[in-house]
Design a protein around this ligand. Structure first.
Ligand code: KE4
Length: 429
């Protein structure tokens, strides 16, 4: 494979955009190489500017659950284009989307469309603070909820104190309102409530963590969070930006049978166009402007083209429920196969997976939270990433991300991927 056109584009892009990209992970700094520039995508494949073809396991970080360039989604967008791009006014499509979301996720008694997952979580937490009159929130180390200031934090010096900024530009006072607990540890959450009684507005969690790599919840964890929040008068917020419509049509809350007070969505509900949503209990959402005192707004919220794309994708998923078990069968074969292949070579490889997402961690033993994820050998992951990319398999360019299998991935793509992984394990390094 040659990457000369991508390299040319990148050397120019870095002059105009920080790191040459519009989102940091795309710069491939975590895997120590320059990024490929993608020209187009189709089904399970990406095609870069040098004409290289890749089996794609990123799927735009989740939206492309039907595969790229799905004709049903594309036709819906083309039809919507005939009517114009954006009106900044109420449209029927937004009502259709709201009803579709609520039919899939009954806890969404009311919902508000926004333009990204970040906007969804940022707004949901503002609503939680407005509804409860409390300032503090709890998040989990290793979970990512977008780049709102209060969520770019790391655990404070003592686990029981307020967090400290994890990004320049986040003020200490904002970070101090965020408390950081350990994923899969309800004890760490209970201890924070003990120490901050009556001050915590919400607990926000990825019900399946996918931003430290994929880490499913252990039995009792989500139920424990539900119980603590109910007892303490705090809101339980499920960040389903990745898990929503991914773990099944009803997302994580249907799979695990937990009813959060608020939920956040993104990615799949826009089918690749910029869409986010937050919603939940009617009494909570009635605090949102123009009904109530919590302000939130957006020029392109509920954009007609984005709604058309999201409605088409979600409707197709609803009308073809057989896609989920089919996707998950291929995904299970992929992740089981990768684990067997890597562990045959040496045991320092753990694979976590659930439904159609998963991650390889080059470490020994279980990965059940951020500290165990951090024991991974990221250099070894970088070597694996490059070996596979150079041979036509496109995966997350960072250890602490997820691999996504779509409905467009067939046995052929899974077999080819596993054959390549075999050659990596046999001789690659
Ligand atoms: P966006 O603002 O990027 O649409 O969504 C933020 C977000 C919120 N919640 C969860 C669980 C998420 O995974 C994300 C964003 N996911 C990353 C992938 N790890 C997006 C990729 C990127 O940042 O470029």
């Amino acid at each position: 494979m040659t990457f000369s056109r991508s390299d040319e584009l990148f050397s120019e892009a870095v002059k105009y955009m920080p790191g040459g990209v519009n989102s940091p992970v795309r710069a491939y700094r975590a895997v120590g190489r320059t990024p490929v520039f993608i020209r187009r995508a189709d089904g399970a494949y990406l095609f870069d500017e040098d004409g290289n073809r890749y089996i794609d396991y990123v799927g735009s970080w989740g939206p492309a659950i039907l595969g790229h360039n799905n004709p049903v989604v594309k036709d819906a967008i083309l039809a919507a284009l005939e009517n114009g791009l954006s009106f900044g006014a109420a449209t029927e499509a937004e009502l259709t989307m709201a009803k579709l979301l609520q039919s899939a996720v009954p806890s969404l008694e009311m919902v508000r469309m926004v333009n990204s997952g970040t906007e969804a979580t940022m707004s949901a937490l503002r609503v939680a603070r407005g509804f409860t009159g409390r300032d503090k929130i709890i998040k989990f180390s290793g979970c990512y909820h977008g780049h709102a200031d209060g969520l770019l934090v790391k655990a404070g010096s003592g686990l029981l104190s307020g967090a400290s900024p994890d990004s320049a530009g986040v003020s200490a006072s904002v970070a101090a309102c965020t408390l950081v607990a350990d994923f899969n540890s309800t004890d760490s959450v209970a201890a924070l409530f003990e120490r901050n009684r009556g001050e915590i507005a919400a607990v926000i969690v990825e019900p399946v963590a996918a931003n430290m790599g994929v880490v499913p919840p252990e039995k009792g964890f989500l139920e424990g969070l539900r119980g603590i929040c109910t007892r303490e008068g705090a809101l339980l917020v499920f960040d389903e930006v990745i898990t929503g419509f991914r773990l099944g049509f009803g997302g994580a809350q249907e799979l695990f049978g937990i009813r959060p007070d608020l939920s956040c969505f993104g990615k799949i509900i826009g089918a690749g166009l910029p869409v986010g949503a937050y919603g939940g209990r009617r009494d909570v959402m009635e605090t949102v402007s123009p009904l109530g005192p919590v302000y939130q707004a957006g020029t392109l919220s509920g954009n007609p083209i984005a709604m058309a794309a999201g409605i088409a994708q979600l409707s197709y998923l609803r009308e073809h429920p057989e896609l989920y078990p089919a996707m998950e069968k291929e995904a299970a074969r992929l992740f089981r196969g990768l684990a067997e292949i890597m562990q045959k070579k040496d045991a320092a490889c753990t694979v976590n997976s659930i439904a159609s997402i998963g991650s390889l961690f080059f470490t020994r033993g279980r990965v059940r939270d951020f500290s165990s994820a951090l024991t991974s050998d990221t250099k070894r992951y970088a070597g694996y990433f490059s070996y596979m990319l150079d041979r036509g398999v496109y995966q997350a360019p960072a250890q602490f991300e997820a691999l996504f299998v779509s409905a467009a991935h067939t046995a052929r793509e899974i077999d080819q991927t596993l054959e390549l992984a075999e050659t990596f394990a046999a001789g690659g390094s």
